[in-house]
Design a protein around this ligand. Sequence first.
Ligand code: SF4
Length: 689
Amino acid sequence: MMKKIKTTCVYCGTGCQVYLKVQDGKVVATKPVRDGFNPGHGKLCIKGWNMHEFINSPERLTDPMIRKNGSLKKVSWDEAIQYVVDNFKKIMAEDPGNNRILACLSSAKCTNEENYVMQKFARAVLYTNNVDHCARLCHASTVAGLGSAFGSGAMTNSIDEIADADVIYITGSNTNEQHPLIGTQILEALDKGAKLVVADPRTIPLSELAVEHGGIAMTHRPGTDVALLNAIMNYIISNDLYDKNFVENYCENFEGLKKVVSEMTPAKAAKICGVNEKDIIEAAKIIADAKACSLIYSMGITQHSTGTDNVKSCANLQMLCGNVGKWATGVNPLRGQQNVQGACDLGALANVFSSYQKVVEADKREKMAKIWGIDASKMDDKVGLTVVEMMNAAVDGTLKCLWVMGENPMVSDPDINHVRKGLKKVFLVVQDIFMTPTAELADVILPAASFAETEGTFTNTERRVQMVRKAIEPIGNTKPDWEIVGLIAKAMGYNGLIYSHPKEIMDEINKTTPIYGGITWDRLEKNENGFQWPCPNPSHPGTIYLHKGGAFSRGKGFFNECPFIEPAELPDDEYPLILSTGRILWHFHTGTMSRRSPTLNARVREGYVEISKEDANDLGILDGEKVKVKSRRGEIATKAKITHRVKKGLIFIPFHFKEAAANVLTNPALDPIAKIPEYKVCAARIEKL
Ligand code: SF4
């Protein structure tokens, strides 16, 4: 007998609804939900169709392991938990009261409930704010930038609205490859007559569509986003094309914006960005003329040492043209992983509790302490270490212990050689479903159940909380992440993390997390559409788009002044090329799941470096030839792919492949506010092998 279980896709942040088909205790197929609500409108992309393939992989971790005499040996759960707890206690006893010596990495691949318990463990058991996750590496600048401009750091509008925009400005998002089912909304808008303005350092499929449909495509130099956006605003303000009513009544600091963008004329920006002045002007006219312009961006905007300024500039443009707080408009950061929005919402960040309540505010600590049954005076009152700071602290010896739940810093973090050095020095606990390059360095491995073996919720990129349902029993001796955290907390002497079901965790989230106050388990079970936060009480329907009618979460929208600043590392004689990194359609994040899918792996089995025909000719490199790519941090060997998608001077490496890991090369320089590293720009060179 085949049964089908409705759940949420485990890959990108679109949150498509799927049926997992189960036979004889195994997930054997995936089908799209066509008989009910689905952000993907009854479709799935290639990753979605094949998501069942990794669940029953023979490579799954099935038993706890402890490193003994240099190698990992299978042990019982009791022995593994006792070993972890003994080491945690020993490290804490060696330096009592120092809340910077232990840290936890939570995960955008885990459920909301699991992220909530991990950050609660860090704060209520270890008394540290050293808890973070990979949102720090992808959208921390969104949280900071949109928080500053609007008062809320999330996608303002919903996926379904995109098809109704008459202009879509897409920058730093290869949407049709990275969020394919959001890409279909853009295609639908084009069918209805919308124009696209695409700004991306690479020629992506949407660049070609933009031009075919009377829009504009600009391939600007990586890291010059602020210059480009300021020049567009310069033209709009100089020619009186902005929305005066919106600016005067709903925004503040227009004079500050005007002053800073007056310094960036289209002619000046054209030189900085390497694009045509007339394209900047045409883009400005199209955006200013729009009835409803939706701005979509992703990591091409956020992963810079000026990531927060890039995001603020996107917000400035949309406020200037009155494109916030209305249907089919807004600033729409597309979240990469299926629950990166939820992991942020639930407080898996070094600076905030759930609902973005600041850890430095005493009343917020007291509120949490009361609900968690702990002493507020013992809680960490400072912002904790962020992801890259944890690795730096591991290398310099100030961090002694790291518990990694579902993350893979040995592929995902910048400057991997540095990361390896740090991870080898700490007591490292890795909780995962596969033996990742990070797990290979662990002192203890805790095998986790996959999304198909647990229950909970994910929050998609449009702030929609949807159910994750259990299709099969946990494989081998694996346990759900929330249960493992509870067992370790109990062994540490804290009973406030013992739950019998994720429903009980959501009950607690409803109390601690104002934006999720009305998203109760019972309501989620009854409403197949899920709920979009903010949803403050059980009679609230949820919020389709934010800041309706100019009522910004912070009061008035704030125009931040962002002058153009160059990237941290520019090409020079030694490293004459700019390296940028990103994703491809066929794989996901560090490849832990997608590379265990035979169907996806058959499409692209290995990494490569995209290079322009001009640079390949200059270097005498042939298509498919093995080359060495070097930066100041390290070198990798990979295959050259000659393509028109990159211009002369630019190379691009997909970051999914551990054997040719792009992040050996990338620059860990941080945005000073969001602490996000500059993955999108570093100086590099290519040599023939
Ligand atoms: Fe899954 Fe994203 Fe593809 Fe939808 S678009 S099926 S959520 S990977």
